[in-house]
Design a protein around this ligand. Structure first.
Ligand code: HEM
Length: 505
């Protein structure tokens, strides 16, 4: 029966109709925005955008699939937020290197602002980022990155790691705790100038929190966090996950502040023990020179420590755990690695210089990083200005996904993209060959500043472990049964698993 306006309002249909009109308007605005030669992409739904297409557990897989239909540059609507996705070696490299300035900004989360994370290196842009990145690079170098000093620190930590693994007496153990502690200690000794005992409760707690924080960035909970990001008004329904994430950030911050305070109290400007001391000394110098309004303040220092700690722990540890899992899964390759090591260096302490004489081992480490693919979506970028890229118009401030997984698994670049195949990095004579599409550390102005350190750690720790132990599946599990399914998280780590390390001496 026809209804007049008064009737409509009385029957409570008005709010529903109003919402539908708003949704329709949002939809029309979204559609209008995809004109103007912007990258093509799947048609977005009102409000939800393209979320229904997304494999939340492994979004990079959705992106690679969509690129087959829409090309290597396409638009994807994360709910109401429009993003551009870059897929494949050639496109990602061109954007990061040839358009380094245009694609060089960091997209930050709304919650990052709320949590005061927009300091330090990872989540900053402009002057803060430039100063802090320069400082991080110089100081990681000064405290040993790429130099003998860090080699010594890594070797020292290897000694503790060997002892701990030996204490398991060939019994199955979870690789996570020990490997993370060892890698984290290397960062601690560079940042604070000292290491922790593996059993120290505070150290265990911070390691747990860094790991849990990463986990939250990928599990169902993060999907909740993402939704919170896209639809802030849902906040009150999503508060539990958000609260856990925030508590982790706050607890870590108070640990970093405590360490910073201890170092400040015992600071001797002539003897710099690590990155924190270098920061404090620089701040003192600037203050003495009358410069007050500088980037060398407490918030930047705390986030710098947090960035180096989180950036330097999960990533390298997760790669090392993949390497041990791949060795247990492929015992013949493990034998070949050990044969090369024992032929070339025997039982003596390995050094970075040995890398050039161990091409097969080097190829295995590279292949681990390629197939392990620990940062499938890298860290989010953002355009710094309007840009025409590969004939498409991309607006200033657009979030950009540089899908590193699509580079490391690019079917045009790799002979066997989805298998563990060290020959990707060897020529016919068994010599090591570099591959352009090997980009686990990304490229361009935002490329990982910890690359040299990470590569040194991976090499020395992996070779040392191969010299001392044979890694096998736990009793009752065959090599075929070893599960290579990744854990869902901010980094793509193996699922929790156990291995046996049989002592060779
Ligand atoms: C296997 C180990 C590692 C891998 C695969 C890795 C990978 C990456 C990737 C993909 C990015 C994002 C690059 C981009 O946005 O384009 C990044 C950024 C970063 N990494 Fe690493 N990383 C590793 C180890 C480390 C280590 C050991 C440190 C510190 C000591 C570190 C510190 C950082 C920092 C501070 C950034 C932010 C750079 C910026 O925004 O300018 N990473 N890393």
């Amino acid at each position: 029966r026809p209804m007049d306006l008064a009737g409509l309002m009385q029957c409570n249909c008005f709010p529903v109709l109003g919402s539908l009109v708003v949704l329709l308007l949002v939809y029309l605005v979204l559609m209008a925005q995809t004109q103007n030669n912007e990258p093509p992409g799947p048609r977005p739904l009102p409000v939800l955008g393209n979320l229904l297409l997304l494999d939340f557990n492994q979004p990079y897989k959705t992106f690679i699939k969509l690129s087959k239909k829409y090309g290597s540059v396409f638009t994807f609507h994360m709910g109401p937020n429009k993003a551009v996705v870059l897929v494949g070696y050639k496109t990602v490299k061109e954007a990061l290197v040839d358009f380094a300035h245009e694609f060089g900004e960091r997209a930050t989360r709304r919650t990052a602002k709320e949590d005061e994370q927009e300091y330090g290196v990872v989540f900053t842009n402009g002057e803060t980022w430039r100063e802090m990145r320069r400082f991080a690079l110089t100081n990681l170098r000064d405290f040993g990155m790429g130099k003998k000093a860090s080699e010594d620190k890594i070797i020292e930590e290897c000694g503790h790691l060997l002892q701990r693994i030996k204490s398991f007496r060939d019994k199955a153990f979870d690789t996570h705790g020990v490997v993370n502690a060892a890698v984290s200690n290397i960062i601690c000794s560079m940042v604070y100038g000292s290491r922790f005992d593996y059993d120290e409760p505070e150290f265990k707690e911070i390691l747990y929190r860094v790991c849990r924080g990463m986990e939250l960035l990928g599990t169902r909970s993060f999907q909740v966090l993402q939704l919170n990001e896209m639809f802030p008004s849902l906040g009150k329904w999503l508060s539990r996950t958000r609260a856990e994430h925030r508590n982790i950030i706050l607890a870590n911050r108070s640990h970093y502040l405590k360490m910073i305070d201890q170092l400040t109290e015992t600071l001797e400007p002539q003897v710099s023990r690590g990155v924190v001391d270098a920061f404090l000394i620089k701040r003192q110098q600037l203050e003495e020179a009358g410069q007050k309004d500088t980037q060398f303040h407490r918030k930047n220092l705390t986030m710098m420590v947090s960035n180096l700690f989180a950036g330097g722990t999960e990533t390298t540890a997760c790669t090392l755990r993949w390497s041990l899992l791949f060795m247990a899964k492929h015992p013949k390759i493990q034998d070949q690695v050990r044969e090369e090591i024992s032929r070339v260096i025997g039982a003596r302490q390995v050094q970075v210089e040995d890398r050039k004489n161990l091409p097969f081992t080097d190829a295995v480490i590279h292949e681990t990083q390629r197939l392990g693919n620990i940062f499938p979506l890298s860290v989010l970028h953002r355009t710094s200005c309007d840009v025409i890229f590969k004939g498409h118009f991309i607006k200033k401030g657009t979030t950009v996904y540089t899908v590193l997984a699509s580079v490391l698994y690019d079917e045009n670049e790799w002979e066997k993209p989805h298998s563990f195949y060290p020959a990707h990095f060897l020529d016919q004579d068994g010599k090591f060959v570099k591959r352009d599409a090997f980009m686990p550390f990304s490229a361009g102005r935002r490329a990982c500043p910890g690359e040299a350190l990470a590569r040194m750690e991976l090499f020395i720790i992996f070779v040392t472990l191969m010299q001392h132990f044979r890694f096998t599946p736990p009793p009752g599990v065959t090599e075929e049964e070893l599960d290579l399914t990744p854990q869902v998280g901010g980094t793509r780590c193996p699922l929790p698993h156990q291995l046996c390390a049989t002592s060779l001496f």
